[in-house]
Each structure stands twice: as structure tokens, then as C-alpha cells.
Design a protein around this ligand. Structure first.
Ligand code: ZN
Ligand code: ZN
Length: 296
């Protein structure tokens, strides 16, 4: 019996080894995802040559994204499995927003989702990073465009030019601009076409035009693998993950509960076994400045 447990707890690879894993992506994200999952899970990665993930929404507004970030990733993974008839897929989805604590700082939240229909498993890895060039600007001259380019890691990182930020017509959205000649030509053309002399420029956030974003996707994939390797202590299913964080860390001065995180609650998707882990951040008392009583 003890030996059985030992075997099971050390055999994450046996869940995935030699299975085909479909990477549901079209922006070359497999470049960072594939080496990691092949090495860590022992899978054989396959991609779908003309898988068009744009149908699930794009950053450049021509197609709105439906549902939440996780729903979008799940839908991509499900579609990839329907197309291929396989049972194991990974899809990823990014989202850019203001940092919750610093509204003037942009951040990039990347999700990498593993869907395993054979074991009825869904495991999510994520990374939130302030390392992003995500920004946009209205411009009236070519000089303004070139200044914008200089600030946004162009030409290693691509740009998008369009007549107006509300453009939805594909014919007036120029994506993937990554040479100076192309930039000058596109900006001059759009300025001529514009009714009010103003056009819109923004960073191209598609992974293959954005090495900074690609790195964040790589980190989210590492987080996914770490989460897969967390096994349920009761049934050994992979992906034993936090489902809820609870506040209530005691104040270091008076001991009253504060809003800071006290514990994480982990739960198994398979057997529902759950476990509390106290002090997930390593801090055991809250600073009195966070306390309603000591610092009202
Ligand atoms: Zn379990
Ligand atoms: Zn206190």
C-alpha cells in the first residue's frame, strides 16, 4: 500500500506521457509552450496549421472577445479538441489592464489552460506582469508616430495603425508593422485618408509581434506546470490548486483580524478533498498600519 502511494505520488508524467497535446494557438505561442510541456509532461505537441483563434476575439477590436479570459481560453481548447479528435489541449489568453494598485501602470495577465478530457481535468496557470509595452496614442503627424515607436520597443515589437480607435473595418486596421519603411508608408497613407487629421497608433500585442508578452506567456506556462505537479494528498489527481483565499491575518500589535491574507484553501477537482494552508505569503502577522483598530 505504502509503495502504491509512493508510485502514484511520483508519477505525474504517467498521466500525460506519450499523449498528443494540441496547442490551440496561432500566434507562434507554441515556441515557448512546446519545449516546456514536452520536457515536463512527456507529451507530443501538435499544432493545427490554420487554426484561426481570431474567431474568439482579438486585441485590435475588429472582433470582440466573448466571455471572460478563462472562458475564452477554454473555448479555444475545446474547439481544438473537436477539430483534432484528441483529448488533451492547451490554450492561452492574454489581457491588458491598469494595475489594480497603480492605475497608471499597465499590466499583462496571461492565462495558460490545460484541458484533459480523458481525466476530466482543467488546470490553469497564470502570470501577471507589469513588463508590457501595451499602450496607444492619437497622432496627427509622422513625427509623433516615430516618437511613439521609439518608446514602445519598435521594431522588435510590432505596431498597429488605424484611422480611429473605434475602427472595426479590417481594411482600415494595419497590424504587424515591424519595419520603419512600413510604418512611414502606413502612417502617411492613413493621415491622408483621415477626415479630421488624426489617426490612432497602438502596440501590436499578438505574441509573435511582442517578445515581451511571449516571455510572460512562458512564465504562465511554468506556473501551469507547477500547478499540474501539485497533487491531491488523498487521490493524487494533478492540479490540487487554490480555490479561495481567506483574509483575517492577525495584527502584529493588537491581534485583531485584518484584511490581509490568512490562508489559502486548496481543493481537488476529482474527490473534493480540501486543505487549508496558513500564511501563504510567509508573513504571520499583519503590519499595524493595515489594522482597523490600530490605524483606523
Ligand atoms: Zn483528490
Ligand atoms: Zn491592531
Amino acid at each position: 500500500m505504502i509503495e502504491d502511494c509512493y508510485m502514484l505520488s511520483n508519477s505525474i508524467k504517467s498521466w500525460f506521457a506519450n499523449r498528443n497535446l494540441v496547442i490551440a494557438t496561432m500566434h507562434k505561442k507554441e515556441q515557448v509552450i512546446m519545449p516546456l510541456v514536452e520536457a515536463e509532461l512527456g507529451v507530443n505537441c501538435i499544432t493545427i496549421p490554420d487554426f484561426n483563434t481570431d474567431q474568439f476575439g482579438t486585441f485590435t477590436r475588429d472582433i470582440n472577445r466573448r466571455g471572460t479570459q478563462i472562458e475564452a481560453a477554454r473555448k479555444k481548447a475545446q474547439t481544438a479538441l473537436e477539430i483534432t479528435g484528441e483529448t488533451l489541449a492547451i490554450a492561452s489568453e492574454g489581457s491588458f489592464m491598469s494595475h489594480p494598485a497603480f492605475p497608471f501602470v499597465s499590466c499583462d495577465r496571461e492565462i495558460v489552460l490545460l484541458l484533459d478530457q480523458k481525466h476530466d481535468l482543467e488546470i490553469i496557470g497564470q502570470e501577471i506582469s507589469t513588463e508590457t509595452n501595451h499602450t496607444h496614442q492619437s497622432i496627427k503627424t509622422l513625427d509623433e508616430a516615430l516618437n511613439f515607436a521609439e518608446k514602445t520597443k519598435f521594431p522588435d515589437h510590432g505596431l498597429v495603425v488605424m484611422l480611429s480607435p473605434k475602427s472595426i473595418d479590417k481594411n482600415y486596421i494595419y497590424k504587424g508593422i515591424n519595419t520603419e519603411n512600413k510604418l512611414i508608408e502606413t502612417v502617411e497613407k492613413c493621415l491622408k485618408q483621415s477626415n479630421n487629421g488624426t489617426i490612432h497608433i497602438e502596440t501590436d500585442m499578438r505574441a509573435m509581434f511582442n517578445p515581451t508578452r511571449m516571455k510572460v506567456i512562458e512564465k504562465a506556462t511554468q506556473n501551469l506546470i507547477k500547478t499540474i505537479y501539485q497533487q491531491c494528498p488523498q487521490c493524487y489527481y494533478p492540479g490540487f490548486d487554490v480555490i479561495k483565499r481567506q483574509s483575517g491575518l492577525p495584527c502584529g500589535l493588537c491581534g485583531l483580524a485584518t484584511d490581509s491574507i490568512l490562508l489559502d484553501i486548496y481543493q481537488c477537482q476529482q474527490c473534493n478533498f480540501s486543505q487549508e494552508k496558513k500564511f501563504p505569503t510567509g508573513i504571520e502577522t499583519a503590519d499595524p498600519s493595515q489594522c482597523q483598530y490600530c490605524n483606523p
